[in-house]
Ligand binder design. Structure first.
Ligand code: TPP
Length: 179
């Protein structure tokens, strides 16, 4: 799946360039088809780990990940198959993780809610609600200190979000806190 760098997208009042729309659409369809396949496997009890599907939210992950630079960091919550795929995570490693295989993205130890793909900037998904907000701020802070210009995107779900947002603003770290 080619990565779209949003800074090169010719945005106009009429929408986006057709080739960009196609890439975004493919990203959304890829997530939907994957989720539908996983839903069947769950029904058949082939996959047994606790799983939260991303069906219906594909546009968010596809659009947000397209707006990020390839090296930027993202984090996810308990429902993050879409973020993993849209950021460029390997599909086979995702499926292997759901099956609990050692070839899974987290070595088969994490399952659906503990995905990781550092090679594409997904540093982890954490099912504790809002836990990734302070972690994303930390990753942004580390990037700032290294001066390697990576952004970090966390997942607000909680009042703690406001508290960390204040800290983030106060320290001027480049963390984006979006859904
Ligand atoms: C700190 C913490 N408290 C409670 C839970 C239990 N819990 C799991 S999912 C969830 C709701 C999350 O809602 P939302 O962020 O809107 O995501 P959705 O599942 O609706 O996509 C809760 C409260 C948790 N995982 N972590």
């Amino acid at each position: 799946m080619p990565h779209v760098d949003a800074r090169t997208i010719p945005w106009t009042n009429d929408g986006v360039d057709e080739s960009v729309s196609l890439v975004l659409y493919r990203s959304m369809v890829r997530i939907r088809i994957t989720e539908e396949g996983i839903a069947k496997l769950l029904e058949q009890k082939e996959i047994r780990c606790p799983t939260h599907l991303y069906t219906g939210q594909e546009a968010i992950a596809a659009g947000v990940c397209a707006a990020l630079d390839h090296k930027d960091y993202i984090f996810g919550g308990h429902r993050s198959h879409g973020h993993y795929l849209a950021k460029g995570g390997d599909l086979r490693a995702l499926m292997a993780e759901l099956y609990g295989k050692s070839t899974g993205c987290a070595g088969g130890r994490g399952g659906s809610m503990h995905l990781v793909a550092p090679e594409v900037g997904l540093l982890g998904t954490v099912p504790l609600v809002a836990a990734t907000i302070p972690i994303a701020v930390g990753a942004a802070m580390a990037s700032k200190l290294r001066a390697d210009q990576r952004g970090a995107l966390g997942h607000p779900q909680h009042p703690r979000y406001r508290q960390v947002r204040q800290k983030s603003g106060q320290w001027r770290w480049e963390a984006q806190l979006g859904s």
